[in-house]
Design a binder for this molecule. Structure first.
Ligand SMILES: [Zn+2]
Length: 163
């Protein structure tokens, strides 16, 4: 616990650079339709970034991030993003939520697993109730605030009430 807190400030400048990078290269639209591939990529990147920050290994992630941006040629799409008026990440806000919670790393791993299974952004509780995927989407605004959220707000409330 103490280690984590004393270690954190060291990689903070690097983390902020990566945050700015993510803000330049992400494309999150406000609509509630299917997640576009580039939006999924951005959410995945955000989760990896939070994970790396919590683990204290941001440097390794930096190499990945910057090398992939060179390969992908993101210049044009970031202009596009400005035109679209997409929301920017508020990672400082996200970090305030996660900073002192060890369990969050597990939640982040879980969310990354959902990517591999093609279920990222879907409410697990809705799916358990038998709702189709189109009715089980967690709003993007919620995912931007809590990228590792397992459930939509309604289901989260229901779960809290049943406790
Ligand atoms: Zn739900």
């Amino acid at each position: 616990m103490l280690d984590h807190q004393t270690q954190a400030p060291d990689n903070l400048p690097l983390f902020r650079r990566l945050t700015r990078f993510l803000n330049r290269s992400c494309h999150i639209s406000r609509d509630f339709d299917t997640m576009k591939p580039e939006e999924l990529t951005s959410f995945r990147m955000l989760l990896r970034l939070l994970q790396a920050r919590l683990r204290g290994d941001v440097e390794q992630l930096q190499e990945e991030a910057f090398s992939s941006s060179e390969a992908g040629g993101d210049q044009r799409s970031s202009n596009h993003m400005a035109e679209m008026g997409s929301d920017a990440w508020d990672l400082d806000f996200a970090l305030q939520l996660v900073e002192n919670d060890q369990g969050v790393l597990d939640e982040i791993s879980h969310a990354l697993k959902k990517f591999d299974e093609g279920r990222y952004g879907l409410c697990e509780f809705c799916l358990e109730q038998g709702l189709p995927e189109t009715k089980s989407r967690i709003p993007k605004a919620r995912l931007q605030a809590i990228p590792h959220a397992r459930n939509c707000v309604d289901c989260e409330r229901k779960k809290e009430l049943s406790r």
